[in-house]
Design a protein around this ligand. Structure first.
Ligand code: ADP
Ligand code: ZN
Length: 736
């Protein structure tokens, strides 16, 4: 019977059915070369094999299989299906993102395709063909002692890398037919030895207890949340658990951002040697393809450390998934599809693979915290710093009071200036965080410090049109900006904000002899520029580092004893329902950067709202209080973790067309989702990409997400079927 294959192509399209040539043996997960469209050859993935001829006139045939093993394991196929269903994209979009470019060549013709195909690197080796004997051998030894020596070496070793052979001698031996040259595939990864597990540092008593509790937690739940203050040694705990699991299979450790984990990666490499494998988007195309292929071909027992894309590697007998800094917003991919939340996807992958999962953070996401407190996961708390290091002191510095007392110079309160002077005198280092580069679009009252917020959504309002209008990014209300403060009644509402560049120039004016570095996406557009600046600062080549959020993460700086947040208002006022949680996380994480050793570190937080609950909670390091108050708000306004949000973005070149489309689409949605639909009504000009507008769906927990996705798909299909909206692009982003 004729065989057919449903094949995934790296396109925004459903599966296509091809016939399979009689002499080709295919398995599900195989990569194949197929002709699609008029003149393009693509790599496709065989998703299903069957014998049902599709109802079309002509069916194209698959004639060639790539690689001698499937490119995807059955587990990976299940994972792709889950990703594409849950995050609402096609398998083709998953394929485009998940596979390294070099593993999926395409080309206009066979020749171009073959040129692009992945091939392992090769190296030339020299082998013995024929050993001269008798007179012939004597003559060689007498007349050409170098050739004779080389020949002896080849005879003794069996196979000698060409690079070790003298060119003249080798060429003479080749001419005489004594030796020949062959190509060998280079193995990029050393084979795994059965070496004893690495020598890890001794755990402290509280770390030992945490490891024990984690293991106990896994007996009753697949996932454990390790809530450990910074400096408690979470990394050590990960290493111990990984070492225990590695003999049986792979361990995957996700980190939010590879640029900031240089210290961590080199630690893992030095401890785990050939078992350690790094994977992220900053590696070269070639390296990513090599890593993928060698993992697919090699034995289980690798320790993979990578960013969110590492979830798509061909893992073998996955035993443990660790998500470090699980609260980090960088785990959510927004562009391109699949728009997945890697922490959640990691848990899914662990569950499907029968692996254990460990989420670690000093300030867990409220999502994980709720799951852990409700018993869905287990929680293990580690609140002791390793070696008895002291927790940093957090000081809140009131900006408005400083202004009133004449104690504010540009963006610095006197308190902060004095603290910086002290550090400079002592030869210690200072970190200054300013979370904006450009203009900061939000509005505060200059009298009482109140930030304007939406009455309906509780997120901060953005001022636009010269400050005359106040706009809510969530519900889309756009109203005349009040000129009096709704709290204190003063006529003092004004737009607020300043960026890192301004801070840098001010600090140089205030401290002309200080050496200042700045780290933001302007000074460090690339990964290596970022590493360069961080490296220079940690070697003590500057006294002060000014930067955006990036300086709050990852690296420990031994010489930093002061970390200051110049304007916590814009953290608190971010137009995001997670603003409070994120502000708390930022302050706590920032506090963890410096003063980890003998000297107690200090964090100064400048704000015009010194009584803000989040700041008071951060000053006390009181995570539980923060969680309680934030969760109360989340529940009241139906935000995660009490609801799932799906954002649907509509895009079109013509603004008026888009406005009409959004109205129509929202009306269709309301028929199915009633009051769960929120439209912002405004369109964002995306330049050459046209205009975009957003519709938000809030699906309360308890309602079925599966059902919601089905209804949403139906709505999109109905909408796209309308002639006038055929060319409108619709993009869903699940769990924003
Ligand atoms: P966290 O990730 O929880 O913030 P780290 O794992 O970075 O903490 O540990 C903080 C510091 O303490 C690091 O310098 C680490 O090397 C050290 N440390 C933690 N536990 C141990 C241990 N058991 N033995 C030796 N050093 C440790
Ligand atoms: Zn609103």
């Amino acid at each position: 019977m004729r065989q057919y294959a449903d094949i995934v192509l790296p396109l925004f399209s459903p599966l296509y059915t091809f016939a399979v040539a009689d002499d080709v043996q295919l398995a599900e997960g195989d990569a194949v070369a197929v002709q699609f469209g008029r003149r393009t050859l693509y790599t496709g993935i065989v998703w299903r094999l069957h014998d049902k001829r599709p109802e079309v006139k002509s069916v194209k045939t698959v004639s060639r299989k790539l690689y001698d093993k499937p490119l995807l394991t059955p587990m990976q196929m299940r994972f792709w299906e889950w990703i594409s269903d849950y995050y609402m994209c096609t398998l083709g979009e998953v394929m485009r993102f998940a596979l390294p470019a070099m593993t999926k060549p395409r080309g206009r013709d066979d020749e171009a395709f073959v040129r692009d195909e992945y091939r392992p690197r090769t190296t030339s080796v020299v082998l013995l063909s024929r050993m001269p004997e008798g007179e012939e051998a004597d003559r060689l030894r007498r007349r050409a002692p170098r050739q004779a020596a080389l020949l002896d070496m080849v005879a003794a070793e069996g196979e000698v890398p060409r690079s070790r052979c003298g060119a003249a001698a080798l060429s003479a031996l080749l001419d005489k037919g004594y030796v020949r040259v062959e190509q060998r595939e280079v193995k990029e990864f050393a084979a795994l030895s059965s070496a004893p597990s690495p020598t890890l540092p001794q755990l402290s008593p509280s770390q030992t207890r945490a490891v024990k509790e984690i293991r106990e937690g896994w007996e009753s739940a697949p996932a454990v949340l390790l809530h450990g203050v910074s400096g408690s040694g979470k990394t050590e705990i990960y290493m111990h658990l990984a070492a225990q699991m590695l003999p049986q299979g792979d361990v995957l450790m996700l980190v939010p951002e590879i640029a900031l984990t240089t210290q961590l990666t080199s630690r893992i490499k030095s401890l785990f040697g050939e078992r350690a494998v790094e994977y992220h988007s900053k590696l070269s195309d070639r390296r990513r393809a090599e890593t993928y292929m060698e993992l697919a071909a090699g034995a289980a027992g690798r320790f993979i450390i990578g960013t969110r894309s590492a979830l798509f590697l061909p893992l073998k007998n996955l035993r443990l998934v660790i998500v470090d800094e699980e609260h980090d917003g960088g785990y959510k991919q927004t562009e391109p599809a699949p728009r997945y939340q890697a922490r959640d996807a990691a848990l899914m992958l662990a569950r499907e693979s029968g692996a254990l999962a460990l989420l670690g953070s000093a300030t867990p996401s409220l999502e994980s915290y709720v799951r852990a407190s409700s018993g869905k996961y287990r929680m293990v708390v580690l609140d002791e710093r390793y070696g008895g290091a002291m927790p940093p002191v957090v000081t809140i510095s009131d900006t408005l009071r400083a202004v009133k007392r004449g104690e504010r110079h540009s963006h610095f309160n006197k308190e902060l200036i004095d603290a910086i002077s002290l550090r400079l005198e002592r030869g210690e280092q200072v970190l200054l965080l300013q979370n904006r580069r450009g203009f900061a679009p939000y509005a505060v009252c200059g009298e009482c410090g109140h930030t304007l917020r939406c009455r309906h959504c509780n997120v901060s309002l953005t001022l636009h049109r010269g400050g005359t209008r106040a706009f809510c990014r969530y519900c889309g209300r756009d109203e005349a900006a009040p000129d009096t403060c709704p709290v204190c009644g003063a006529k003092a509402i004004h737009p607020a904000g300043f960026g890192t560049e301004k801070v840098e120039s001010e600090i140089m004016r205030l401290f002309p002899s200080a050496r200042v570095l700045r780290l933001d996406s302007d000074t460090a557009p690339t990964e290596s520029a970022c590493k360069h600046i961080l490296g220079s600062f940690s070697r003590g080549e500057a006294d002060i580092l000014v930067g955006t959020q990036i300086i709050t993460k990852g690296l420990d700086f031994d010489r930093v004893t002061l970390a200051a947040i110049l304007n916590a208002d814009n953290l608190l006022a971010a137009p995001d329902f997670r603003a409070g949680e994120r502000a708390f996380q930022t302050i706590m994480q920032f506090a963890g950067r410096g003063g980890r050793r003998e000297v107690q570190g200090e964090v100064i937080v400048q704000t015009s709202e010194p009584q803000h609950p989040i700041l008071l909670q951060a000053a006390r390091g009181d995570y539980a209080a923060m969680a309680e108050s934030q969760l109360a708000e989340r529940r009241e306004y139906a935000y995660p973790p009490y609801a799932h949000l799906i954002s649907i973005s509509l895009r079109h070149a013509d603004e008026r067309m888009l406005a009409a489309g959004v109205q129509c689409f929202a009306a269709l949605l309301r028929r199915r989702f009633a009051e769960r639909v929120f439209t912002s009504g405004v369109s964002i000009n995306r330049g050459r990409n046209g205009h975009a507008a957003e519709v938000l769906l809030k699906i309360e927990s308890g309602a079925s997400m599966k059902r919601a996705r089905t209804l949403l798909r139906e709505t999109i299909a109905a909408f796209s079927g309308m002639a006038e909206y055929r060319n409108m692009t619709i993009i869903c982003n699940v769990d924003v």
